[in-house]
Design a protein. Structure first.
Length: 192
């Protein structure tokens, strides 16, 4: 229903705009803004940096994707004191071809795994390792607290400084079976 109203409003504005002079807005009509995706809020509580608050996933600007895959607002948290494990979040955005993420590595960690959270039989959220994340062509796949995310193991204590940039190499498989390693930037975020 929402999409129908947006489509009808857009069509009406276009029809009215066609009758107006080139540099004039039709009377009583507001400019039609691009359609944005709805924000998704993550209120998961656990070890994945909940103290950083919740943020909405922003619509992805498709113009930023230079190749196979981009990571929008990618961040990796500083590990908790005395721990060498942390998590990474952001939004994977694919270009014109669908991709399957099959793994990752990072110079600041001994191992990187793909993880998700699922409701267990006893009604508790449980984290588990998964083999892949799929990103549809011209689509997105969000990495969020309480959902899919990357886990970094064996992180060196001084290798992550808040505000600095790090690189993660993500292995992707394309629909035709070929594989690529894609280097993606992430920003180190403090754990309050």
């Amino acid at each position: 229903m929402r999409m129908s109203l947006i489509t009808a409003a857009s069509l009406s504005a276009l029809l009215l705009a066609a009758c107006a002079p080139a540099n004039e807005q039709p009377a009583g009509e507001a400019a039609v803004a691009p359609v944005e995706t709805e924000a998704v809020h993550d209120d998961h509580a656990g070890m994945h940096g909940d103290d950083m608050g919740t943020e909405a996933d922003a619509p992805v600007d498709r113009g930023i994707i230079a190749g196979t895959l981009a990571l929008v607002e990618g961040s990796v948290l500083v590990p908790p004191a005395g721990r060498d494990v942390t998590a990474g979040f952001g939004t994977f955005a694919a270009g014109a071809r669908a991709v399957t993420i099959t793994g990752a590595e990072a110079p600041f960690a001994q191992a990187v795994e793909l993880h998700t959270h699922e409701m267990s039989a006893d009604g508790k959220m449980a984290m588990r390792k998964v083999e892949t994340f799929t990103v549809p062509a011209n689509g997105d796949h969000s990495l969020t607290r309480g959902g899919d995310h990357m886990m970094f193991f064996g992180v060196q204590p001084d290798s992550l400084t808040p505000g600095t940039a790090v690189t993660v190499t993500v292995r992707v498989q394309l629909e035709d079976g070929t594989t690529e390693d894609v280097e993606l930037p992430m920003t180190v975020a403090a754990r309050d």
